[in-house]
Design a protein around this ligand. Structure first.
Ligand SMILES: [Zn+2]
Length: 645
């Protein structure tokens, strides 16, 4: 996609490069004014506003998170003046759409135009801004107005410490005296980790360095000579030395994968630690992460727990984006159009291939054993097989519609949507195994990624819709057209079993042991016993004597009986559903039996006759094949080479 606005931005870039860098920068001042009311005061000063009427806008979305979020809805007040000091006079701004304001025509000789916003910040996620008496976090997309026509100007940010509103008697408060600042944006004035002035080359860079302020824990390490910071906000008892040494291994593995030197001067992990949380957003020289307290390693912990491996997987994923999506970018994102959705069919590559490499990087850096990796792959396959959406939507379509489907999930999502993360990562696996097998190990998906880096990452040239497919064929000298058509644009099952077999890995499918069985491991019971378990084809949660349905799966027993998402099942055959949920309520039942279920839909009690079914064989387990034939040994060599990288 290439809109009129994008064309304008490209032209502006061209013009400003020719005109040189003499133009005045756009200046911002961030004052964390009201911690108790969660409000920042942000001042934007434009030295030479557009004489025809300067426009200002806040982005509708944040790159990396493909949903229109309308950050301007958090602007509580906005006002403008022209001139400075005693000469300043108010200027009336006209709001022209949900996130754009326009100043009237002004005489530039009357001085700079200054816009002051009060912005509410109470979104504790990696995508927004959050501010209270304990810390402040913000993305530039939430705070910094874009000065239309001056997007290519240098931007300077003066960051002030919060105002201690509790201080009395004219004395400066001390409540925030120990606060520090963490960001990957370049500091031009002030102490390291201090309040002061920071600068970005243009607006695109300005909104790509989130900030954290507060009394955080700081750990540092160097990876391939590049300084890396780990900034932990929130209560925790993490072993920061362990974190630093493990994260260094992941980072160096990835830097070496694409080739030294690393593409950034320094890198910052901004981590918000919560009781329960998970998420990340990538940036050019940093990432914002949210994790659960239990995901972090504690002192004396020997084994990497499953929770910690999940955290390392998140770290690995966001770090891989430093190359794949922050520098190797879809053409649709060069430049981003911040006013509206930016459509691309390629998220399967930017998110899916990143998901493929996040766990693979952990095996290759020795943080995940081969068994643990195969268990994870088994779970990924299981997750794909349990969604009927894979039979209805291709990953190319899922990428394109991310804005209205994947990012706006509802009760119908498993039945209608395929994840470009999950299936995309398994397409990465299939491609990699296919290339390795057909070239007898001479080429791999790694070579394709490095070619993408050379051609698109190092040059900044956007990736066109079929560039990855063409480059993969050029690099490997294989004809892959049929596979790309089927895997990216089709909905047929991926040939996972056959491709895993080329690397000496058996993929077997069995029925789930329980609703909590995510796959990846051998079952404790024989197949016949697993198939004797009665299921109804729903997802939900048990609470206070009822089982609330979140999803009713396509072609399942519950759907056939007429149950719907939102229904609260209160009894099965006249007995109340306990804390064990439906699994426990149906434990004594067998497939083929019919049970009566009582459920509330809204406030009406309804009765359903549900004919129970046997579970599908949708749970994947991977095992190394034990063969001694020469073909098995060749497969073992391919496998070792793949996992070694
Ligand atoms: Zn991602």
């Amino acid at each position: 996609m290439f809109s009129k606005n994008q064309m304008k931005a490209v032209m502006n870039k061209f013009v400003s490069k020719k005109a040189g860098a003499k133009k005045s920068p756009v200046r911002y001042r961030v004052l964390p004014a009201s911690p108790e009311a969660h409000r920042f005061e942000v001042v934007c000063t434009v030295a030479d506003p557009d004489p025809a009427g300067q426009r200002f806008a806040l982005p509708a979305w944040i790159p990396g998170s493909y949903l229109v979020r309308d950050f301007a809805r958090h602007i509580v007040s906005i006002r403008a003046v022209q001139g400075s000091g005693a000469k300043a006079r108010p200027v009336k701004l006209k709001k022209i759409d949900k996130h754009t304001w326009q100043a009237p025509a002004l005489d530039a000789r009357d001085g700079p135009l200054t816009v002051t916003c009060e912005i509410y910040a109470w979104d504790l996620s990696v995508r927004g801004a959050h501010f209270d008496t304990t810390h402040a976090f913000f993305n530039g997309t939430s705070l910094f107005l874009r000065v239309l026509g001056q997007e290519d100007r240098r931007c300077e940010v003066e960051l002030l410490p919060p105002v201690d509103n509790a201080a009395r008697g004219g004395k400066a408060g001390t409540r925030y005296a120990k606060w520090r600042v963490a960001t990957s944006m370049s500091r031009i004035k002030g102490r390291a980790y201090g309040f002061g002035t920071y600068a970005a080359a243009d607006y695109d860079e300005l909104i790509d360095h989130p900030f954290e302020m507060g009394e955080f824990t700081l750990a540092t390490f160097r990876a391939a000579g590049v300084p890396h910071d780990i900034v932990l906000t929130g209560r925790h008892r993490a072993d920061t030395a362990r974190l630093a040494s493990d994260m260094k291994r992941v980072c160096e593995q990835q830097i070496d994968f694409f080739g030294r030197p690393a593409p950034m001067q320094r890198y910052v992990f901004l981590v918000t630690v919560l009781g329960d949380g998970y998420g990340g957003l990538e940036h050019r020289a940093s990432t914002a992460l949210v994790c659960s307290r239990n995901d972090l390693p504690t002192t004396g912990m020997k084994e990497a727990t499953e929770n910690y491996r999940t955290f390392l997987g998140l770290v690995s994923h966001e770090y891989f984006h430093t190359w794949n999506v922050k520098r190797i970018k879809p053409a649709a994102f060069t430049p981003y159009d911040l006013d509206r959705e930016n459509y691309t069919p390629l998220l399967w590559a930017f998110e899916g291939l990143t998901s493929y490499y996040d766990d693979l990087a952990l095996v290759r850096s020795g943080l995940l054993s081969q068994e643990q990796y195969f268990e994870q792959l088994g779970r990924n396959i299981t997750q794909l097989l349990r969604g009927a959406g894979r039979k209805k939507q291709s990953v190319a379509d899922s990428s394109f519609d991310a804005w209205v489907k994947y990012y706006r999930q509802d009760e119908n999502t498993p039945n209608a949507v395929v994840s470009y993360y999950g299936k995309g990562s398994l397409i990465g696996l299939c491609l990699d195994l296919l290339i390795r097998h057909q070239t007898a190990g001479r080429k791999s998906l790694d070579d394709v990624m490095r070619a993408l880096w050379k051609r698109h990452g190092l040059t900044g040239q956007g990736v066109g819709e079929d560039d990855i497919e063409r480059l993969a064929e050029t690099v490997t000298k294989l004809t892959l057209r049929r596979q790309f058509d089927a895997w990216l644009r089709g909905t047929a099952e991926l040939p996972l079993r056959a491709l895993l077999a080329t690397h000496g890995i058996d993929l077997s499918l069995r029925a789930a042991e329980s609703g909590a069985d995510r796959g990846g491991r051998k079952a404790s019971k024989p197949d016949a016993a697993l198939r004797a378990r009665a299921v109804v084809g729903v997802r939900g949660t048990a609470a206070a004597g009822e089982y609330k349905l979140s999803h009713v799966l396509d072609s399942g027993a519950a759907q056939s009986a007429g149950l719907a998402a939102g229904d609260a099942i209160v009894a099965v055959d006249g007995l109340r559903v306990g804390s064990g949920g439906l699994d426990a309520a149906l434990a004594q039942r067998r497939p083929g039996e019919t049970v009566e279920m009582h459920a509330f839909r809204r406030d009406e009690l309804m009765t359903f006759g549900v004919r129970l079914r046997a579970p599908d064989t949708d749970t994947a387990v991977l095992q190394v094949a034990a063969g001694k034939r020469p073909a098995d040994q060749a497969a073992a060599r391919l496998r070792a080479r793949w996992l070694r990288g």
